[in-house]
Each structure stands twice: as C-alpha cells, then as structure tokens.
Design a protein around this ligand. Structure first.
Ligand code: NAD
Length: 282
C-alpha cells in the first residue's frame, strides 16, 4: 500500500480496536508499514488474526487478539498478552464501533398514520438496541482507553485516536443512537485531551464522512446493487460529489499520530468528508 505520509513509528506499540473491520484493518496495516508493532483487537478473532497475518507476511510486526471493547475483563486479559508479546502501548486507536438495525427507524420523518402502520418508527425502537449502539461507540471507546492509556502516562510520544463521524456534527436521519453516540465520542475526545494534557498524552479524532463499507451497506445499496435514495442524497450533499476512498482516511490518521508533525495538536476532530460538514445544501 502506498502511504500518503511517511511517518516513522519504529519501536512504537500501537493497539487498534475494531481492527478486524474495514477501516481499522487498513489503519493497522498503515501503522505496521510505518514501523509500529501492531496489536489488532477485535471481537471477531479470526478477522483480527487474518489481518495480523497479512501484515506479518508482508514483513511487518503484528499480532491479532480477541477482545471485547465492552468488557473490562476481556480488555485486561488482552492487555496482559499485548504487554508480554509487544510491550507497552504508545498509540491507541479506538476503532470498534458502528450502527445496528435495531436502533434505526425505517423512515426519515414521522408522519400522520405511522403509529398504525407496520413501519418501525421512533416509538418502536427497543431500549436494548439503542443501548447496544450507544455502548459500542461510547463505552467501547472509554473502556479501552481506561485499560491502555495507563501505559502512556509520563512517557514521551503517546497518543490516542478516536473515530467519530459526520453525524456527530448534525444528526443523520434514521440513526438517533449512532448519531448521539458519535457526538459523545467527539465530546469525549476533547474531554480526554484536556484531562491527559499534563501527562503528555495527546487525544484526537477523525470524523469520516461517507465511505461505502460493511456497516452501512444496507443503507447505501439495494439488494440488487443499485444505489438507494439515501446514496443519492449523500452524494448531492457532498460537494466533492463522491464517496470517499477508504485509503483517504490514512493521511489524517498518520498525521495526527505523528508526534513531531502534530506535537501541539490535541482535542481536535478532523472531518474527512469531501466537504459534507461544510455544505448547507444551498
Ligand atoms: P466495520 O464493521 O468494518 O468494523 C468494525 C469492527 O469492530 C468489526 O470488525 C467488529 O467485529 C468490531 N467490533 C464490533 N463490536 C466489537 C466489540 N464489542 N469489541 C471489539 N470489536 C468489536 O466498520 P468500519 O466501517 O470499518 O468502521 C470503523 C469505525 O469507523 C467505527 O467506529 C465506525 O463507527 C466508524 N465510521 C465508519 C464510517 C464508514 O463510512 N464506514 C463513517 C464514519 C465513522
């Protein structure tokens, strides 16, 4: 993979949660290519191990681990293994997250008559579905930070990267829990940046715009592969007029994680969105 920025992470240990997924497996590969020793954590152990193997096969240092970002005990066990295998964590990427159909309304707007229809409206959202999404994104960022940031205290060059989203700025229709949770992730990024400012830990986030990946597949594409109406609206609201290529996330990630280039940057959330968050639609 051709990296957009050359950054030297040699000797650093990077822990990436959600590394069995689309975005974070790519981030893990970029970190390994930049010289870091990478711990790939995911609930899906096979996926984490598969990507770790791809990294080691191309000459990098990586190891895949099963870890649940919602379970302190699982994170603690994983941390012990990472310490033994790779060493103390210098970089934490909190990537596990996503939406779930159980926290998604069928329609964008609630209209007269919807109470009696079969559509899943706001009133039908189950508390468990909303909690699942809120926890995965927010608590799933907080708990790994509690576990791995301990390694970073008073050591040079340590930092944390969270993953927010466009919906943190203005909520997207249909996905109230995901929007609220990512707003919380952006807010928490700033909170942590302040909280850890005296012990040398920088904390930043990226807010990816629209990329077509697993987690949003059913919202963007019909079963026959044609674009949904939502896809049309997204592209119309993205001044650059296209979905992002997943590799276009890497420039900001490598920049923020680079302790020389971003040495005085903490508490920022960088949108990577083709102008979506700047466009009023008019
Ligand atoms: P993805 O579904 O491909 O990857 C998410 C990974 O997280 C999966 O491998 C999954 O197994 C893992 N995971 C789920 N629950 C977990 C848990 N409890 N513990 C550990 N791992 C768990 O999603 P993606 O598109 O690569 O998204 C990665 C991050 O980027 C997410 O935080 C997502 O919300 C965010 N994001 C994605 C987009 C996009 O367009 N795809 C846009 C904005 C933000």
């Amino acid at each position: 993979m051709k990296l957009p920025i050359n950054t030297d992470l040699k000797g650093k240990v990077a822990v990436v949660t959600g590394a069995g997924g689309v975005i974070c497996s790519m981030i893990a590969k970029a970190l390994a290519q930049s010289g870091a020793k990478v711990a790939l954590l995911d609930l899906n152990e096979d996926s984490a191990k598969k990507y770790a193997e791809e990294i080691t096969c191309s000459g990098g240092i990586a190891k895949g681990y099963k870890a649940n970002v919602l379970d302190k005990e699982s994170l603690k066990k994983c941390h012990e293994l990472v310490l033994k295998d790779l060493g103390k964590c210098d970089i934490l990427v909190n990537g596990a997250g996503g939406n779930n159909p159980r926290a998604t309304t069928d329609k964008e707007y609630f209209e007269s008559g919807d109470l009696d229809s079969d559509t899943k409206s706001f009133f039908d959202l189950e508390q468990s579905g909303v909690e699942f999404v809120f926890n995965l994104n927010f608590i799933g960022t907080l708990l790994p930070t509690q576990e791995f940031a301990k390694d970073m205290v008073d050591r040079d060059g340590c930092n944390i990267l969270n993953i927010s989203s466009m919906n943190a700025y203005t909520p997207l229709t249909k996905i109230p829990a995901y929007s609220g949770a990512k707003a919380a992730v952006s807010n928490f990024t700033k909170w942590l940046a302040v909280h850890f400012s005296k012990v040398g830990i920088r904390v930043n986030a990226i807010a990816p715009g629209f990329f077509s990946t697993n987690q949003n597949k059913s919202l963007l594409w019909n079963e026959d592969g044609t674009p949904t109406a939502r896809t049309g609206k997204i592209l119309a609201a993205t001044p650059m007029g296209r979905f992002g290529e997943i590799e276009e996330i890497l420039g900001s990630v490598l920049f923020l994680l680079n302790n020389e280039a971003a040495s005085f940057i903490t508490g920022v959330v960088i949108p990577i969105d083709g102008g979506f968050s700047s466009y009023s639609g008019v």
